[in-house]
Design a protein around this ligand. Structure first.
Ligand SMILES: Cc1nc2c(=O)[nH]c(=O)nc-2n(C[C@H](O)[C@H](O)[C@H](O)CO)c1C
Length: 156
């Protein structure tokens, strides 16, 4: 049966993360219907995701945002994250937050690579959460990361 997956993204972001996530999800399964909803910025993502789940019937959503490098952007990112957690608890559905901070990368090229890679790897997580939760259980404690390289399990 087809599962609806919501993808909420922003015009503020400097990289089209949603397209990378959508491409990855469509490569992994044909059992999903993707509904995309683009809003101005990350603080608009909580209600966008809640509407995708409550009004469009999405089972799970991804919130793709890009906090800028200024202090006020980091405050906004914290506020947006609080909103996303609230929206998850209100709907009892997962919203996978995919934030890429503009100052995580040294230049535009790395930012483009990082943002798309993190979006893809979280899209994989969405697939596993929907269809193969046992795969995530098997990966518990492995230090997996999305975007930059995995941290790996702690060496005894
Ligand atoms: C300061 C600020 N920083 C960011 C940011 O770093 N990333 C982002 O996506 N959006 C930012 N915004 C805009 C808000 O998220 C939101 O779009 C506006 O307040 C309109 O609701 C604001 C206002």
């Amino acid at each position: 049966m087809t599962v609806k997956v919501g993808i909420a993204d922003t015009t503020f972001a400097r990289v089209d993360m949603a397209s990378a996530a959508i491409k990855k999800l469509n490569e992994m399964t044909s059992n999903i219907k993707i509904i995309r909803y683009t809003v101005p910025g990350m603080k608009d993502l909580p209600v966008a995701c809640k509407k995708l789940m409550e009004e469009q019937g999405c089972e799970i959503t991804m919130a793709l945002g890009m906090p800028g490098g200024k202090d006020k952007d980091k405050v906004c990112a914290h506020e947006a994250s609080q909103g996303l957690m609230m929206a998850q608890l209100m709907t009892n559905k997962h919203i996978i937050e995919v934030f890429v901070h503009e100052d995580e990368a040294v230049n535009g090229k790395e930012l483009d690579w990082l943002a798309k890679r993190r979006a893809e790897e979280h899209a994989e997580n969405v697939y596993y959460m929907l269809f193969k939760p046992e795969f995530l259980q098997k990966s518990a404690g492995k230090g997996l990361r999305q975007g930059f390289e995995d941290a790996g399990a702690a060496r005894k």
